[in-house]
Design a protein around this ligand. Structure first.
Ligand code: PFF
Length: 445
């Protein structure tokens, strides 16, 4: 039997879309996007974000999934294969760099996800009257990180070791609808509170004077790449688990639409919630900027919820459970990258590979916990503003130029006589790399 016949896979297109949307929808949508939007002119950020997603992130997502889907292999082998005999090693090395990016992502993401779990439990303990434990759980401390980060790593491992269909597809199918229902419920609740309207106005009315601000464009680009999980192989490995020659374009549009819709809804939850808190007397903004940047939601929102009595505690529990679920479907996709590589290229059994990867992630995250002030922000910055865009540039070059020493998409378009694909092939070959390089030059100078 050939190895591809024994390869685990998604059993349906919807299973794939939910899993990929699960990877995309995460802390980046529900925590990152709204705080960035609140800090960068609300509607102006939303506008630029949509533009960058359409112009750059969507084509990059297409390229990433396409490479994985054609190869039907893990990202390291897939990139090696796409680069052909001559550039095989370059492809392989790029695959390894992406894999390291996935591990970097896991090392900080599991820490933040641990905070979410702790906050969710804190609301539960408060509800049953165990106030001391509840306060400890909602107060950040190194001990809390040391206890909750491994819990989250274990949760991901428990799903990943079950495999692609029985683990990833099954759990994404359960968790994603739950997430949507919880999010809509929370938005409806918050919008009814006093003060929410001012938040809705800030969020939806763009201040166009900010639209050309280079800082805003770069922030929006980093956010878009991170939000669509591009550049570390997660989407490539998922793409390798669906049958070859699917209509990738349609799938990519569904994933991006779901991801953007959830980010939009999360903005409609968090920004009005901050204004509700302000209305209730909490200090939230100074000079139009959020106090304490992104950390704010951990201080403001729990105290806002607590001031709403036991309903507030249920809201708080739902909110942080929602964030934990979103985080879990994202961490499983990053964990799958090194696991698939170890299983396929190094012949390690899936269970062992899962534990090995989890152990390495634990070492990485504990290193971040130990040197939190120096490393935490730095790792996030390096991943989102350097590694992810650079890997996307590499994907454009592979699909546009290197593959079969030419433009793979244009060849395909000619073969199928497909005009839309021809235009897209041209766009991906010339415009995308140029746009990305322009943004890079802007970052550097
Ligand atoms: N897209 C996820 C989010 O928005 O939170 C983060 C992410 C998941 C990044 C998976 C990279 C990745 F491979």
């Amino acid at each position: 039997m050939s190895s591809s016949a024994t390869r685990d896979s998604f059993h349906s297109r919807i299973g794939f879309v939910l899993a990929a949307a699960g990877s995309a929808i995460g802390l980046g949508n529900i925590w990152g996007f709204p705080t960035q939007a609140a800090n960068n002119g609300g509607g102006a950020f939303l506008f630029v974000y949509l533009l960058v997603t359409l112009l750059l992130a969507l084509p990059a997502l297409y390229a990433e999934i396409y490479i994985g889907n054609q190869a039907q292999k893990n990202p390291v082998s897939a990139l090696a294969q796409a680069c052909g005999e001559r550039f095989k090693n370059t492809g392989r090395n790029a695959g390894i760099i992406g894999l390291c990016g996935a591990m970097m992502m896991l090392s900080f993401y599991t820490i933040v996800a641990g905070w979410m779990l702790a906050h969710a439990l804190s609301a539960l303990f408060e509800l049953i009257g165990l106030t001391d434990i509840s306060t400890w759980l909602s107060t950040s401390s190194t001990l809390r990180n040391i206890l909750f980060t491994p819990v989250f790593i274990l949760l991901s491992a428990a799903i990943i070791h079950q495999g692609v269909h029985a683990g990833i597809e099954r759990w994404s199918g359960r968790l994603m609808p739950l997430l949507l229902v919880m999010l809509i419920g929370l938005v409806v609740y918050i919008l009814q509170q006093e003060g929410a309207q001012a938040g809705v106005a800030l969020y939806l009315i763009p201040d166009f004077s900010q639209v050309t601000n280079p800082k805003l464009i770069i922030a929006a680009m980093g956010q878009a790449f991170f939000s669509l999980s591009i550049g570390v192989g997660s989407m490539m490995v998922y793409g390798s688990y669906i049958k070859k020659d699917q209509d990738i374009g349609k799938l990519v549009v569904s994933i991006a639409a779901l991801d953007t819709f959830i980010a939009f809804l999360a903005g409609l939850l968090i920004i009005p919630a901050l204004f509700v808190a302000q209305h209730a007397g909490h200090e939230v903004f100074t000079n139009g900027h959020l106090i304490g940047e992104g950390q704010l939601i951990f201080n403001i929102l729990p105290s806002l919820f607590a001031s709403m009595g036991s309903v507030g505690l249920i809201v708080s529990f739902s909110f942080f459970t929602l964030l934990s679920i979103a985080a879990l479907t994202s961490t499983i996709s990053s964990t799958e990258v090194p696991v698939a590589y170890l299983v396929e290229d190094k012949n390690i059994a899936r269970k062992q590979a899962t534990w090995l990867v989890s152990a390495i992630v634990l070492v990485g995250s504990m290193t971040l916990v130990a040197f939190f002030d120096v490393l935490f922000g730095l790792v996030i910055q390096m991943l989102t503003t350097i590694l992810q865009p650079l890997m996307s540039l590499f994907y454009f070059l592979v699909v546009g130029w290197i593959w079969q020493r030419g433009n793979k998409l244009t060849d395909l378009a000619q073969l199928q006589n497909n005009a839309k694909l021809k235009v897209f092939g041209f766009y991906l070959r010339y415009i995308c790399p140029i746009l990305l390089v322009i943004v890079f030059i802007n970052v550097a100078f």
